[in-house]
Design a protein around this ligand. Structure first.
Ligand code: NOJ
Length: 740
């Protein structure tokens, strides 16, 4: 064992001894207290809470971010309770704290783990300065349904991308060492299958077969556990008839026994008591029993544990060893956080320059998150020198709150720089900027200002339309069945279009929207998600070519909502469609016979492709891929190999490209997706520059869960593609052969 590992093992042993020593002194009430997470949230400590802390009936508090109050809560717990156990202080620090980073889905569009890590580090520093030591992030539910409002919080549709970025995010929160004052424990959520809720309707059931669960939905969680995430949260939804909070197979057997997760598991908000509402249990007592049996160590906001665990133990319906194991896990995390040594926060100890650093990270993250979906006739970038006037129109051009997106309890809209402000600052006297809001909100159906908008567009050299959806239209419990631009926005586009001048749409939204009705009406589309505090400067820099766009879609954009779920990594089916097999509903001969339309897997009115594919994103440069090769045509199982290709910047500006590697396993004992992302890298290239991009893989990277739910790498033929999106055409073939 290396000296570092020996050191680590000794450290854990030492913590284990301290945990055991403490546990042996705890009463049952104190143990159950550790399993209770209580809501504070009203900026003072009411008597009941203080009393509960003194009695050791609380293990953690959530939703208090005033450092003075947090310190006082800790003081009561540490100094006035019998055993002096400090508290975990939880908060939803989802994408920034005071400084707001792009929504997680936007961060995923950066395909940049280093940047995602820096963004989480900055958020952790700001939150820790307020006494928060635990965040309920990262959210790593694989989501293939843009109707679901929580897609905004997710890292997109792909398990590989979500795994890599989820690990980066949790490492950013937890820092190099959880014991540092600026580290916060991460919480990977929501375990598991929540991203697959039926109909994209929040809290609905998720029907995911175990093989799909393991090959897709559980992968980011396994990666998070392997990377040392401190805690996990169960999901509100059910899988296979059992709500996650009572799902022993998921929590105890897979997460704890099979994967060896050593941290603790928290329920979601009141989700223990909700087991009764699901219809799984008859009362809170049964709910508490089911949740503890499943392996849920801490109850978030709800009193089923406190009220019923004592009687369940007395009646012999629960074994005290289950309680001990839960408390052991919770104490372990508290020791790792260094709370026993230092329970208090000293806001002054945090570097005063952090705000500037956070803003710089927020700006870079926004910049790299924005995806150029379309750029006809290279209408972008705009030229400050050549443009005389610019019409800036739309309800989201100057909306400091809306650009922050969902889950921003602590975000400071006063820090926001809006696109309108940033455009003014960037163009100065060079360009006359004419602003018209045109719609009160994105949902407005009032078209009275549209004549003025059209006239303004007609008088200006170009128009930038700021469209999309407000923050309130995405996030938890904010799902939509129609995911097109709300209100009269499409009509606004059409009216402005009629003016005959170049039109650029910048779309701010918490999800992929269906854009088929406006895509051809505009010359360019920049998809900015909800870009956060520094969204304005990032958008302005891209519009005027100070920077080249480099974001890539972390999720497919459907043409119409009826295609959902549509994702690149689908199965082939026995009747796969191709460009020649698709017939459009408008072209069907009235006398067409039943079997005459091709008989393949597509929609008569939407075909089979998305409007914009996973991984897609244009640049002001252009990139040429060539010469894909694999280190050997035959790779013995158990060995490493590499796949590489040449990449050349054939454009005229320096730009970054996200190079993506996809693989297909042609034959499997369980059918394999038509493509799976295996690796990616951001590369920066000068005009004319050429590089070779090499990805190192191991045959283990080709493993999947087979019919018996074990990981296997099956010998056989594989295809590999390298390119700038999931539609990359440059392909090589190789075989995996049995070990030599
Ligand atoms: C409910 C949400 O599902 C979860 O993601 C969040 O962390 C908790 N509430 C706490 O606010």
């Amino acid at each position: 064992m290396s000296s570092i590992l020996v050191e680590k093992a000794r450290g854990t042993e030492h913590v284990d001894q301290r945990v055991d020593a403490l546990l042996s002194r705890m009463s049952l009430e104190e143990k159950i207290g550790q399993m209770s997470l209580v809501n504070a949230g009203d900026s003072y400590i009411h008597d009941d809470l203080a009393q509960a802390l003194r009695a050791g009936r609380v293990g953690g508090v959530l939703n208090e971010v005033d450092a003075r109050i947090v310190n006082e809560l800790q003081r009561i717990a540490v100094e006035e309770s019998r055993l002096g156990i400090p508290l975990v202080i939880g908060r939803d620090v989802i994408h920034g704290f005071r400084t707001v980073m792009p929504i997680p889905l936007g961060q995923a569009a950066t395909w940049n783990p280093d940047l995602v890590q820096q963004a989480a580090r900055a958020a952790a520093r700001e939150a820790a300065a307020c006494g928060v030591n635990w965040t309920f992030a990262p959210m790593i539910d694989v989501c293939r349904d843009p109707r679901w409002g929580r897609i905004a919080e997710s890292l997109g549709e792909d398990p590989c991308l979500a795994s890599i970025l989820g690990v980066a995010m949790l490492q950013g929160f937890q820092g190099p060492n959880l014991g540092r004052p600026d580290a916060v424990a991460a919480c990977a959520k929501h375990f598991a299958g929540y991203g697959a809720v039926e109909g994209g309707r929040d809290y609905a059931a998720a029907n995911v077969p175990e093989n799909e669960l393991r090959n897709v939905h559980l992968r980011p969680f396994k990666a998070a556990v392997d990377a040392g995430v401190a805690t996990l949260m169960t999901s509100f939804s059910e899988v296979d008839g059992v709500p996650a909070t009572a799902n022993e197979r998921l929590v105890r057997r897979i997460l704890k026994d099979e994967w060896g997760f050593g941290g603790f598991v928290v329920s979601d908000w009141d989700s223990v008591r909700q087991l009764g509402i699901h219809g799984l249990t008859a009362d809170d007592r049964e709910s508490a029993r089911e949740a503890v049996t499943a392996g849920v160590d801490m109850e978030m906001h709800g009193d089923a544990y406190a009220a019923h665990l004592p009687s369940l133990l007395r009646a012999g319906e629960l074994d005290e060893s289950l309680i001990d194991s839960a408390v052991r896990r919770i104490l372990h995390v508290k020791f790792r956080l260094g709370l026993f040594e230092n329970p208090y926060t000293k806001p002054d100890a945090f570097p005063p320059g952090a705000r500037e650093e956070s803003l710089a990270i927020a700006r870079e993250a926004a910049l790299q998150s924005i995806v150029l979906l379309r750029n006809e006739h290279r209408v972008l970038p705009l030229s400050r020198e050549k443009l005389g006037s610019l019409a800036v129109i739309g309800p989201l051009a100057d909306a400091p709150d809306e650009q922050l997106g969902t889950w921003v309890f602590d975000g400071d809209p006063g820090l926001s720089v809006t696109p309108l402000q940033a455009i003014h600052a960037l163009v100065g006297e060079h360009v006359e900027v004419r602003y018209l809001r045109a719609m009160e909100t994105c949902r407005s159906r009032d078209t009275r200002a549209f004549d003025e908008a059209a006239a303004l567009a007609g008088r200006s050299d170009a128009t930038v339309l700021f469209l999309g959806e407000e923050a309130i239209l995405s996030g938890e419990a904010h799902c939509r069945a129609d995911i097109s631009l709300p209100g009269a926005q499409a009509e606004l586009v059409a009216r402005v279009r009629q003016a005959g001048k170049p039109v650029i749409a910048v779309i701010l939204a918490g999800r992929p929207l269906t854009l088929a009705n406006i895509a051809d009406q505009v010359d360019a589309i920049l998809y900015a998600w909800h870009p956060g505090t520094m969204g304005g400067p990032a958008i302005a820099d891209l519009l005027f070519g100070i920077e080249s766009p480099s974001g890539k879609l972390p999720v497919s954009f459907p043409r119409m909502v009826g295609q959902v779920p549509i994702y690149y990594s689908h199965k082939n089916t026995g009747k796969p469609p191709g460009p020649d097999s698709v017939v459009h509903i408008d072209d069907i001969d009235p006398k067409a016979r039943q079997l005459s339309l091709g008989m393949t897997s597509f929609h008569l009115d939407a075909g089979y492709t998305p409007l914009f594919a996973f991984g897609h994103g244009l640049s002001y440069a252009s990139f040429e891929y060539s010469s894909i090769r694999v280190s050997s045509g035959e790779i013995p199982r158990g060995q490493s190999f590499h796949v590489c290709a040449d990449l050349r910047n054939t454009g005229e500006v320096r730009a970054e490209e996200v190079v993506q590697l996809y693989v297909r396993d042609l034959v499997g004992s369980v059918t394999r997706p038509v493509r799976e992302l295996k690796a990616f890298r951001r590369v920066s290239l000068d005009p004319g520059e050429q590089v070779t991009v090499e990805f190192r893989l191991h045959t283990d990277d080709l493993a999947f869960y087979g019919r018996d739910m074990r990981l296997v790498v099956e010998p056989g033929e594989f295809h590999a593609w390298i390119g700038g999106s999931s539609e990359a055409g440059l392909r090589a073939a190789f075989r995996v052969v049995p070990p030599a």
